[in-house]
Write a protein that binds this ligand. Structure first.
Ligand code: CA
Length: 247
């Protein structure tokens, strides 16, 4: 998805495109051929074996939501997934502009459950933040996870140079968690994190990234179908359609 303002508004923000993996590196020609052969093999498997779950099928991809943090009522029949990176400036922008509308209009009204899935690729502290957030979820539960999640995006520096720097250190993450919850909780998570960084949970999220073919952040899915729109209105429409489609 791209978070563009409705057409006709010339004051568009600079960061309206999704954050995509940097593809500046030029592979040497043999790598090109190897990748080409692998790609042909994958395409063959997709055709022959009905391999992988395409999200553009009629029913949407089947997704395992178990043990993933979410906001909203258990009874909500539409599930919205956000794939994000804590270092991603567009995700921060999403959190501060589009998300409040989603929360007020769709989550608090019981229409959707909103999930967050890690897709950490920007820097080394993307992964550390994802691991730490998984530890928060495991140790303190859903509510504390979301408090931490929100505050971490809030504390992401506006300066884009920060993307290239390792700023979300363990100390910074522990301090942020203490601000979001309590010092006692933060120390508990710090101890747990030092024993196990929950990378297996991040890998589980990344398996979903691969399965659904996600390549940028933030990317949203509604009941397993990729959101291709750009405005809140587009999302609301897709949620309503998903809700109607459920018999
Ligand atoms: Ca997760």
């Amino acid at each position: 998805m791209a978070k563009q303002k409705p057409k006709g508004n010339s004051k568009s923000k600079p960061k309206t495109k999704n954050y995509v993996r940097n593809k500046n590196q030029r592979p040497s020609s043999w790598i090109f051929w190897v990748i080409g052969i692998i790609a042909i093999g994958i395409v063959f498997l997709l055709f022959v074996g009905n391999f992988g779950n395409k999200d553009d099928s009629n029913g949407g991809a089947s997704i395992d939501y178990k043990n993933q943090p979410y906001l909203g009522e258990e009874s909500a029949d539409v599930k919205v997934l956000e794939f994000g990176d804590y270092k991603c400036p567009v995700c921060k922008n999403f959190n501060e502009t589009l998300f409040p509308e989603i929360e007020k209009d769709l989550i608090q009204t019981g229409k959707i459950k909103f999930y967050f899935i890690n897709y950490p690729f920007i820097n080394v502290d993307s992964r550390r933040s994802a691991q730490f957030a998984e530890t928060v979820y495991s140790e303190l539960g859903n509510d504390s996870f979301w408090k931490f999640h929100e505050l971490l995006y809030k504390k992401q520096p506006a300066d884009q140079e920060a993307e290239k720097q390792d700023i979300f250190t363990v100390d910074f993450l522990v301090k942020t968690l203490a601000e979001a919850t309590s010092n006692k909780d933060a120390q508990k998570v710090k101890k747990a994190f030092n024993q196990s960084n929950h990378d297996e949970d991040v890998k589980k999220d990344e398996a979903l990234v691969s399965k659904l073919g996600v390549q940028s952040t933030p990317t949203l899915f509604v009941n397993g179908k990729r959101f291709e729109g750009s405005t809140y209105g587009d999302l609301k429409k897709q949620v309503e359609e998903a809700s109607k489609g459920k018999n």
